[in-house]
Design a protein around this ligand. Structure first.
Ligand SMILES: Nc1ncnc2c1ncn2[C@@H]1O[C@H](COP(=O)(O)OP(=O)(O)OP(=O)(O)O)[C@@H](O)[C@H]1O
Ligand SMILES: [Mg+2]
Length: 514
């Protein structure tokens, strides 16, 4: 029945001219020659894929309920071949075999649907059409497809047309923070700070290229061999990076930092062991008392998350300007101006850098400026802004210790202003920044605040710092789990007088005793 179904040849899709339009269905619409392997939802099971099931087996699978958890659904939707499987089984076959009827339904939809009408409509608007077509096919060919399976097929077709294909369910899974696609056959996720290989695969390289081109097009950019590196953002705010061959040697590399729907507050971070209660209270007071704060840490150590949490203590009456390369900050205040940089055009022109936006922001009467990440020439402008009456400004930067953060700032300023003497750069740094908060992703996958350090000023030509809190590893800390304690140094914060202006000095001293 299914095998005998005559499939009309798919029309060659017209490439989407509009940048924001969903990409056309992938060219690989020809009948899939792949054997339809029985899906194996257990990712760790390296058993080779079963041979093509007999029609009865197909029926059984077709009737399987699809109402599973998102990831489980995704796993069921993919060929369960793990890297341990024999190479010959992983190469050259059509990989995504969701259901014995998926390919037929997809072909029928793509050959019948008016593609140009899809380009101008939303996913929800197109869903109705696809439901009709799939229903029509099921009825016409009497396909033994249950209602849940029909819905799953419809969602998968929509994911291929509008979403990010097989990895779409990973975007819905809130326990996943990062998705890393290394070519069509390898999809990793980060869950609770640890990497996991999923059994998901793209159909082939073209399928993956189609998805990344659609993501790039949705933010008005293109990604191809001539422009092989792109930063973009998904509709839900997730941050995306794509590197294509020839820069990436093993195919298209797609990295997605998921947009955290759950906003972590400082008390929540303390509650889950990312810092002590005293540290969270001190940081609340520092943000309220308008300290200039630098959050320092390695990649993915939780800098932006902490910046978001700190920003919750900014007064609702203040005018805040945020500047980012890719908007990730989620400020709750009513008066926020969000600015985003612009990458260069394909001719290498018209780029707008963070420094440009910072200088512009100074003319916008900001009460506070928040720079998503300081990574280059804009460091000089950040220090200028902090030194010129925009107290309470915050930024993040990549460094492994608070000391390194100062050195990085110095060298970033020096690179942009080679003529400035080191001493005056240090003076600027010392007078601009009040607090450095160091975060770290530790080997157990947890993110912790490891240091809170105040800048005390200059002694000779050296910047003097005073540590208020630090995470001390316990001597018996070994193996996969990390043990230690957040300890106060017991020193009186230098910003106690400033906290007094806000009526928070007593609370501050109490926080340092916690
Ligand atoms: N304290 C925390 N507890 C649990 N999850 C966290 C914590 N901090 C950050 N995360 C999660 O870790 C991931 C990385 O966090 P975040 O984006 O804040 O890191 P980052 O240091 O800004 O990364 P990058 O260097 O890429 O900008 C996010 O998915 C976030 O939800
Ligand atoms: Mg970040």
């Amino acid at each position: 029945m299914f095998g005998r179904k005559p499939v009309a040849p798919a029309p060659q899709p017209t490439p989407s001219p509009a940048p924001a339009a969903p990409a056309p269905p992938e060219p690989a619409l020809t009948p899939a020659p792949a054997p339809e392997a029985a899906p194996n939802p257990a990712p760790a099971n390296p058993a080779p894929a079963a041979p093509a099931p007999a029609p009865e087996q197909r029926k059984q699978f077709g009737a399987a309920p699809a109402a599973a958890a998102p990831l489980a659904m995704a796993q069921a939707a993919a060929v369960p071949i793990t890297p341990q499987a024999p190479r010959s089984r992983r190469r050259g076959e059509q990989t995504i075999v969701r259901s014995p009827h998926y390919n037929a339904a997809r072909q029928y939809v793509f050959s019948t649907l008016n593609i140009s009408s899809v380009l101008t409509r939303t996913r929800d608007q197109v869903r109705g059409d696809i439901e009709l077509l799939v229903g029509e096919l099921v009825h016409r060919d009497r396909l033994p497809i249950s209602q849940p399976e029909q819905q799953q097929i419809i969602s998968e077709i929509l994911n291929d047309m509008f979403g990010v294909g097989p990895i779409e369910p990973l975007l819905q899974d809130e326990s996943i923070s990062d998705i890393m696609v290394n070519g069509p056959d390898q999809v990793y996720v980060e869950r609770r700070g640890r990497l996991e290989l999923t059994p998901l695969k793209f159909r082939d390289n073209d399928h993956l290229i189609n998805v990344v081109q659609r993501i790039a097009a949705s933010v008005g950019r293109r990604v191809d061999e001539s422009s092989p590196m792109v930063d973009a953002r998904l509709a839900d705010g997730s941050r995306v990076n794509v590197v294509m061959p020839p820069l990436a040697l093993d195919g298209v590399m797609l990295s997605i930092r998921k947009f955290a729907k759950r906003k972590l507050s400082l008390p929540a971070l303390a509650g889950q062991g990312s810092m002590s209660l005293g540290m969270s209270r001190l940081l609340q007071i520092a943000a309220t008392a308008r300290l200039n704060i630098v959050i320092s840490g390695g990649t993915g150590s939780g800098k932006t998350t902490l910046l978001n949490a700190l920003s919750q203590y900014i007064d609702a009456g203040e005018r805040i300007v945020t500047i980012e390369d890719s908007a990730e900050l989620q400020l709750q205040q009513p008066h926020v101006v969000r600015l985003e940089t612009r990458p260069p055009s394909i001719e290498g022109t018209n780029a707008v850098h963070q420094g440009d936006l910072l200088r512009n922001a100074l003319r916008m009467r900001p009460d506070r400026i928040i720079l998503g990440e300081t990574r280059g020439a804009e460091a000089f402008d950040v220090l200028q802004a902090m030194n010129t009456g925009h107290d309470g400004s915050m930024t993040t930067l990549h460094a492994n210790t608070p000391r390194d953060a100062l050195i990085r700032l110095e060298s970033m300023v020096m690179m942009a202003n080679a003529n400035l003497p080191l001493y005056s750069i240090r003076r600027q740094v010392a007078s601009a920044i009040h607090l450095i908060v160091q975060v770290e992703r530790m080997r157990d996958g947890a993110r912790r605040v490891t240091h809170i350090v105040e800048i005390a000023g200059m002694e000779g030509d050296v910047i003097v710092t005073q540590e208020l809190f630090r995470f001390n590893y316990s001597a018996s800390s070994y193996g996969a789990s990390v043990q230690g304690s957040f300890d106060s140094t017991g020193l009186r914060p230098l910003f106690t007088d400033r906290a007094r202006i806000y009526g928070l000095d007593t609370q501050l001293l109490e926080a340092c005793r916690l």
